[in-house]
Structures are given as structure tokens and as C-alpha cells.
Design a protein around this ligand. Structure first.
Ligand SMILES: Cc1cc2nc3c(=O)[nH]c(=O)nc-3n(C[C@H](O)[C@H](O)[C@H](O)COP(=O)(O)O)c2cc1C
Length: 307
């Protein structure tokens, strides 16, 4: 145990420490219990769920590229009812063990986002808060299209705000960051998550076809990290609400960069697929770094980057 207090508050979601896991890279957490005690994490964010089930895109849906991976999963999910029926008991237990459960909602339209959030509001007392994904590049309607302009992003947030009193995070698209962040804060968002995967392409030159089932897919992993740090810093400079930094975090040092750039919390994504026990290792490394900085509280380091 270090002497540094690691507790943080992400827009009303109280977390024992800043390290969580990113949506879609961690199942619902149960799959990782054989590797470590998931209850030690500050938070988990569940896979994006819609009101009705979605099939996602055809295979192949994941490929490796230099220093990262690309995916075109397309938000395959069983729908909120089925998800809660299967995973609700586990997630309630996880919340009781001190890990904040953040449930992510997706939709093709504002109405569909609202239906998913209303279902969670009714069926998921274990949820500490919700994350609205308006930045998935792998769906034809909704997803990134919802977050592509500050106006559209704010429209979604304004429609969802009256539906719950629990904290609502918005997972922003990786473009026009300061304007979109301000618009979302004005529309009532409690915190912002960024970044989602970055739209990208990978071509098999032998067949001249995409290496995945769609021409474009979402890029993640170490190579997006410096881009994500820049975007977190831009958002931090633009708004007063807290930020959850995501993108290519493989080590405690990567997480520390996000904190210095202005993130209150950090989510681990692709690293979970590389080494299942990445998140607790990153937490231990972050704690050691905070100690080495001579602070008593990790909150003293949020936004402490000096130009
Ligand atoms: C296989 C896979 C599935 C993902 N599914 C989702 C999802 O359902 N919702 C979402 O907001 N982001 C999803 N993401 C994006 C991650 O949550 C994260 O924002 C992104 O991968 C960047 O972080 P990383 O570089 O640490 O992976 C997914 C990423 C991967 C690799």
C-alpha cells in the first residue's frame, strides 16, 4: 500500500482509484476474474448496449497493425434486457466490492439512445452512471454520426439528460474536441470520455481487399496514445467537468501522462487483449509514480502538466 490517496470523483462517480477498463475490451469483467480480483479496479465500463439486440458486422472484425489493432465489431450486443438478465447479478456483486460499474448505451437515433438509457435506468440499480457512446466508427447510422458536430452531440445529451439523475458521461468523437466538449458540458454532461478508436484502413495488397469485412475500421492501441493525450489536454483546457482519458494505455507511465494532461480517470482498452492482467499492473505502476512525485493525493497531479 502506498501513502498516496488514489480516490477520485468522475462527475459524481466515486472511484477508489483512477484506473478503469474501456468499453468493448473487457466483456463485463467476469471473464477476467480468473486473472485477478476485478473489484480492485476503480471502474469498469460495459460493452455498448442498445435497447434491442444488434448483430454487429460480419467477420473478419479484428486485425493487427504496427503498434495497434483495428476492429470493426460494430457494437454487437444482446440488448439491455438480455445483458442485465445475464450479467446483472455479477455486476451488482462487483459494485458491492467497490468497483464502479458504468453502463454504456448506444443507438441509431436519439430515440434509440433514450430507450436504451431508460431500460438501464429501470433494470440496473448497480450502475454508478452511464456512458453515451456517440463516437463508434463502425456503425452505419448513429455512432460517430451522432458525435460528428458539437450541435449534434449536444442534441443527444440534451435529450438524455432528463432521463436519469445518475451521472452521464459522453464518449466523444476524436474531432473538434474543444467545441464539442464545451457543447456537451453546456448540455448537461457530467464528464467526458475520450478517445474512441480512430477511423482507419488496412488493405491486403495481395487480394486488394480490406483486411476486415468493411473498408474502414477503428484503430486503437499504443499508436493512438499521443493523439489521445493531446485531445484530453484540449478538452481539459476547454471545460470544467472531469475527463476520462482513453487510448493506448499500456503502462503506468501512459496513465500518468493522461492525468498530467488533465484526465481525472484513465481507462485501459487494447492492453486487456494483450495481457489480461494489464489493468492492475498499470494501477500499481501509476501508484508508484504518484508516490515518486511526492504528493499525498493523486488529485494534486490532475492537469499538472507544465508547458
Ligand atoms: C475490440 C474492441 C471493441 C470495442 N468496443 C467498444 C464499444 O462497444 N464501445 C466503445 O465506446 N468503444 C469500444 N471500443 C473502443 C475502446 O473502448 C477504446 O476507446 C479504444 O480502443 C481506445 O483505447 P485503447 O487504445 O486503449 O484500446 C472497442 C475497442 C476494441 C479494440
Amino acid at each position: 500500500m502506498s501513502g498516496v490517496s488514489m480516490a477520485v470523483d468522475l462527475g459524481g462517480i466515486r472511484m477508489a482509484n483512477p484506473i478503469g477498463t474501456a468499453s468493448g475490451t473487457f466483456g463485463c469483467g467476469r471473464q477476467f476474474e480468473g486473472f485477478y480480483d476485478v473489484g480492485r479496479l476503480g471502474a469498469i465500463t460495459t460493452k455498448g448496449c442498445s435497447a434491442e439486440p444488434w448483430n454487429g458486422n460480419p467477420a473478419p472484425r479484428v486485425c493487427e497493425v504496427t503498434s495497434g489493432i483495428m476492429n470493426s465489431v460494430g457494437l454487437q450486443n444482446p440488448g439491455v434486457r438480455e445483458f442485465v438478465a445475464h450479467e446483472g447479478a455479477y455486476l451488482s456483486g462487483l459494485a458491492e466490492r467497490g468497483c464502479a460499474v458504468i453502463c454504456q448505451v448506444v443507438g441509431h437515433s436519439i430515440e434509440e439512445y433514450a430507450s436504451a438509457l431508460e431500460l438501464y435506468e429501470e433494470l440496473a440499480p448497480f450502475a454508478a452512471g452511464f456512458e453515451v457512446n456517440i463516437s463508434c466508427p463502425n456503425v452505419a447510422a448513429g455512432g460517430l454520426a451522432m458525435g460528428s458536430t458539437p450541435e449534434r452531440a449536444a442534441e443527444v445529451m440534451r435529450a438524455l439528460r432528463p432521463l436519469t439523475r445518475r451521472p452521464v458521461l459522453v464518449k466523444m468523437a476524436p474531432s473538434r474536441v474543444p467545441e464539442t466538449a464545451r457543447a456537451l458540458e453546456d448540455a448537461g454532461a457530467d464528464a467526458l470520455s475520450l478517445i474512441n478508436t480512430i477511423p482507419a484502413m488496412s488493405i491486403d495488397v495481395r487480394t486488394r481487399r480490406s483486411r476486415l469485412s468493411r473498408p474502414t475500421a477503428g484503430l486503437s492501441g499504443p499508436l493512438v496514445h499521443p493523439i489521445a493525450v493531446r485531445m484530453v489536454w484540449e478538452a481539459h483546457n476547454a471545460v470544467g467537468i472531469p475527463i476520462n482519458g482513453i487510448g493506448g494505455v499500456m503502462s503506468g507511465q501512459d496513465a500518468a501522462e493522461f492525468i498530467l494532461a488533465g484526465a481525472t480517470t484513465v481507462s485501459v482498452g487494447t492492453a486487456n487483449l494483450v495481457q489480461p492482467d494489464s489493468a492492475p499492473r498499470i494501477l500499481a505502476e501509476l501508484e508508484r509514480w504518484a508516490e515518486s512525485q511526492g504528493v499525498h493525493d493523486i488529485n494534486e497531479l490532475i492537469g499538472a502538466f507544465e508547458c
